[in-house]
Design a protein around this ligand. Structure first.
Ligand code: SF4
Ligand code: SF4
Length: 373
């Protein structure tokens, strides 16, 4: 057992956990969670870990990533200890602990730092974008104040820090989860089969679907297209599709002005998915349709809004390119679109976005431990 940290209970509250100390260990939350089984037992045990300050047990666990934040456990908790929110706070805590710079800690714990950082990054990215067009009048004015090389190299350094932080975070998590495997897990493993199961889960969200189909779930009789698992699926595949379309455009060095160009079709479909998913997610959070959507932190709002703005501005640009319209407003929209998209990429390692790489790794450990969908 790892060392006890007496400060952990107050620390985790800064990441969004509420009154989790109110838990009296009844086990209702674990009983109601459709994703627990004999080999993965949560959320109750993690509330105990939190109260005892066993932070290494938490950081070495795959379970915090297997939770899909459906909120069912919080609905049924007799003590309003908010086990669902607590699990989300643990994931934020893990993201902040895995990455090496300490930036995520600041961003998650302080709203003013988060706002200041996001705005400063936007301004810096705006400058960086002008350096890509050195003959532009704004660039010429800018370079009289700050030399071209300084802005350009700063941009490259920031992008490199993000990349290194993602890889560092993944390796740290892998090592921590591996420690846990030695102690508790089944030694009979099949890597290829586990990878296939991870891909299957990402493609189908089978486990997430289980939450929405639970007998007492608010979503049980709602159409699949509006259920949270599909909203999450749309956002995830929409973003991946857009990233792929951008890379293809860049590699083929083609402006792809024809809307029937393959990368453009991919971008359109992916953009529709992204805007659809983020619009529903924002709507659910505004209306607080269930407990899971009743508490939204500033970082989560920013994340959703950034994705939504990236999608909407992308469509604006698509229409203006198709119409061959060259207005000042289009240039402004292009600047906003590029800044928001780059900011999303740059904040990848330091925001909720990082779950995109951490959850598949946790799923891999889960499947590789003899579990299956
Ligand atoms: S249902 Fe509430 S009180 Fe019961 S174990 Fe879970 S968090 Fe604790
Ligand atoms: S939020 Fe949902 S998936 Fe997560 S622990 Fe609670 S019931 Fe389980």
């Amino acid at each position: 057992m790892s060392r006890i940290d007496p400060e952990f209970a107050s620390e985790i509250k800064k990441y969004g956990a509420k009154d989790f100390n109110a838990c009296f260990n009844c086990g209702n939350c674990t009983a109601v969670c459709g994703l627990t089984d004999k080999s993965v037992n949560y959320p109750r045990i993690f509330l105990r870990y939190g109260m005892l300050g066993l932070k290494e047990e938490i950081l070495q666990s795959k379970e915090i990533w297997l939770c899909y934040a459906c909120g069912e456990c919080s609905e049924t908790c007799p003590r309003q200890a908010g086990p669902g929110d607590y699990m989300a706070a643990l994931r934020r805590y893990a993201i902040a602990s895995y990455e090496p710079t300490g930036l995520t800690k600041l961003i998650f714990k302080s709203k003013p730092v988060f706002i200041l950082f996001t705005i400063s990054l936007s301004v810096l990215l705006g400058f960086f974008l002008f350096t890509l067009k050195p003959d532009h009048e704004v660039s010429r004015w800018l370079f009289t104040i700050i030399p071209y090389a300084v802005i350009h190299n700063l941009g490259l350094i920031i992008f490199s820090i993000t990349g290194i932080s993602v890889v560092w975070g993944l390796i740290t998590m892998f090592l921590k989860l591996s420690k846990n495997i030695v102690k508790t897990d089944n030694p009979k493993r099949n890597t290829l089969k586990s990878l296939k199961e991870v891909m299957n889960e990402l493609a189908t969200m089978n486990r997430y679907q289980t939450c929405d189909k639970e007998e007492d779930s608010f979503w049980k009789n709602k159409p699949a297209a509006v259920q949270p698992w599909f909203v999450h699926w749309s956002i995830m595949w929409g973003f991946i599709g857009l990233l792929l379309a951008t890379v293809l455009d860049f590699m083929l060095k083609d402006p792809a002005t024809d809307i029937w160009w393959p990368s453009r079709i991919l971008g359109t479909v992916a953009g529709l998915l992204l805007v659809y998913g983020t619009s529903l997610a924002i709507n659910y959070r505004l209306k607080k349709v269930t407990k899971a959507y009743s508490e939204t932190r500033l970082a989560d709002w920013m994340f959703l809004l950034f994705l939504w703005i990236a999608g909407i501005t992308g469509f604006w640009l698509e229409v203006s390119v198709a119409l061959n319209a060259d207005y000042l407003v289009n240039h402004i929209v292009l600047l906003i679109h590029t800044i928001i998209s780059m900011e999303l990429v740059l904040l990848f390692a330091f925001s909720k976005f990082a779950h995109v790489v951490y959850r598949p790794l946790a799923l891999f450990f889960y499947f590789n431990n003899g579990n299956s969908n």
